[in-house]
Design a protein around this ligand. Structure first.
Ligand code: FES
Length: 162
C-alpha cells in the first residue's frame, strides 16, 4: 500500500469515528433532554387544580338524587328504589316537610301501598297498616314501624344520604 492510500484510509477512518461519536452523542443528548422535561412537566399540578372543584361539587352532591324539589307538589308522593335496593316512598307534606319511608312491610316483606284517603300505608299481603306521616305500625301483623330513609334537600334536589 502506498503512503497516499494510507493517508486517505486513515482520514476516512477518522471521519467515520467522528461521525459515529457525533451520532452517539446526539442520542444521549436527546435522551437527557427528554427525561427532565417529563419529570418537570407541570401535569400533576394542573390535574390537581382541575380536580379540586370537582371534588367540592361531589361533596355537595353526596348521595343519590331522588327528585327535584320543584317536581314534587305539596301532598304528592313519589315511589323510588333506595340506594340499598328496597322500594321506598317520598312524601312532601308541606313545603318544608319532605321525608321518605321504606315500603317494605315489617311482617314478611311485601311492598306497602299509600292510601291518600286515610293517609296510611297498607300492605296488600296480610293487611298491616302504617301511619304515612311517621311509618308507625297502626295494626295488623308486623314487627315494628317502617324504616325511615335518610334524605336531605340539597339545593334543588332531594337526595338520599348514603
Ligand atoms: Fe305485610 Fe304480611 S307481609 S302484612
Amino acid at each position: 500500500m502506498s503512503i497516499g492510500r494510507r493517508k486517505i484510509l486513515r482520514g476516512a477512518v477518522a471521519v467515520g469515528f467522528v461521525g459515529l461519536f457525533a451520532g452517539v452523542a446526539k442520542i444521549f443528548s436527546s435522551q437527557n433532554t427528554n427525561t427532565p422535561t417529563a419529570i418537570g412537566e407541570p401535569e400533576p399540578e394542573t390535574s390537581m387544580a382541575s380536580t379540586t372543584p370537582e371534588t367540592s361539587a361531589a361533596e355537595v352532591m353526596a348521595g343519590n338524587v331522588i327528585s327535584k324539589t320543584g317536581e314534587l307538589g305539596v301532598g304528592e308522593t313519589f315511589e323510588f328504589t333506595s340506594a340499598a335496593g328496597i322500594p321506598a316512598i317520598l312524601f312532601k307534606s308541606s313545603s318544608e316537610k319532605i321525608y321518605a319511608l321504606s315500603r317494605v312491610c315489617t311482617h314478611e316483606g311485601c311492598s306497602v301501598n299509600f292510601s291518600s284517603n286515610d293517609q296510611t300505608l297498607i300492605c296488600p299481603c296480610h293487611g298491616a297498616q302504617y301511619e304515612a306521616t311517621s311509618g308507625a305500625r297502626l295494626g295488623g301483623p308486623g314487627r315494628g314501624d317502617l324504616q325511615k330513609i335518610n334524605i336531605e334537600v340539597q339545593g334543588d334536589n332531594i337526595v338520599e344520604l348514603i
